[in-house]
Design a binder for this molecule. Structure first.
Ligand SMILES: [Zn+2]
Length: 240
């Protein structure tokens, strides 16, 4: 099946259009910046697509506003009462306790970040970031034990390191996998998916047909996990 794509400007809005073997036209707004994408049945004419977008302009605008709001909220000040996510669950931050030692603890719906008295915002934030990193690191051995035999590969090293644009990456030559500590904020299914994805890269470099076929074999529901991962967690917040 061939897919064609184009780019339109409608009412000042840049729109990606993908033509597919589908029955109905779909419009989606993607985080983080509110990119608009239209999936249209093959041979839909441009005017029909333009009209569909114009009719949904206020919906698109609303989606974009929500994404911007989410972006604003994601700049945390590390104050008690803020919402933070751990493994897909939402918690309310509490920084009211101090101690000689740094610690992070989940209790009920509360995420306690305990720091020495006088610790500033950045100190609290890095304490929490270190903890997220540890959460991912601690989850890794069991995941490797589970997935390496299924994929039929073994890695030499797993590095948990912040990356701006990637959830994970694979350096095949040194059999090393990098994982983003931000994964500790998502449903554990997502980390599971990234581990399998990166392990599969040890068998197949690109994301072509062979890669997809292997992923289908190892993890038949990988697409829903990927979509879950790429949803803005804070956009979900507005739906609860
Ligand atoms: Zn990949």
């Amino acid at each position: 099946m061939s897919t064609a794509s184009s780019y339109l400007t409608v009412a000042g809005l840049g729109v990606d259009v993908v033509y597919k073997d589908i029955k109905n036209l779909h419009i989606s707004v993607y985080p983080p910046v509110g990119r608009v994408r239209v999936a249209a049945p093959e041979r839909t004419d441009e005017d029909t697509i333009r009209l569909a977008i114009v009719q949904r302009l206020s919906w698109i605008k609303r989606q974009r506003e929500q994404l911007q709001e989410a972006e604003r909220q994601s700049i945390r000040e590390m104050l008690s009462g803020e919402t933070h996510y751990v493994w897909g669950q939402r918690y309310q931050l509490d920084v009211s306790r101090t101690s000689g030692h740094y610690s992070v603890e989940r209790k009920g719906k509360t995420l306690w970040v305990v720091t020495p008295e006088g610790t500033d915002v950045d100190g609290r934030r890095s304490a929490l970031d270190r903890w997220y990193r540890r959460e991912v690191k601690n989850a890794v051995p069991a995941l490797l034990e589970k997935w390496q035999p299924i994929v039929g590969v073994e890695v030499d090293k797993v590095v948990v390191r912040r990356m701006k644009t990637k959830w994970g990456t694979c350096i095949a030559r040194s059999r090393t996998i990098w994982l983003n500590p931000e994964l500790a904020k998502k449903n554990p299914r997502c980390l599971d998916y990234i581990v399998v994805h990166e392990l599969t890269h040890l068998l197949e470099r690109g994301h072509g047909e062979r890669f997809v076929a292997l992923m289908n074999e190892f993890m038949p529901d990988w697409r829903t996990r990927r979509d879950e991962l790429n949803e803005a967690p804070l956009a979900q917040e507005t739906w609860t």
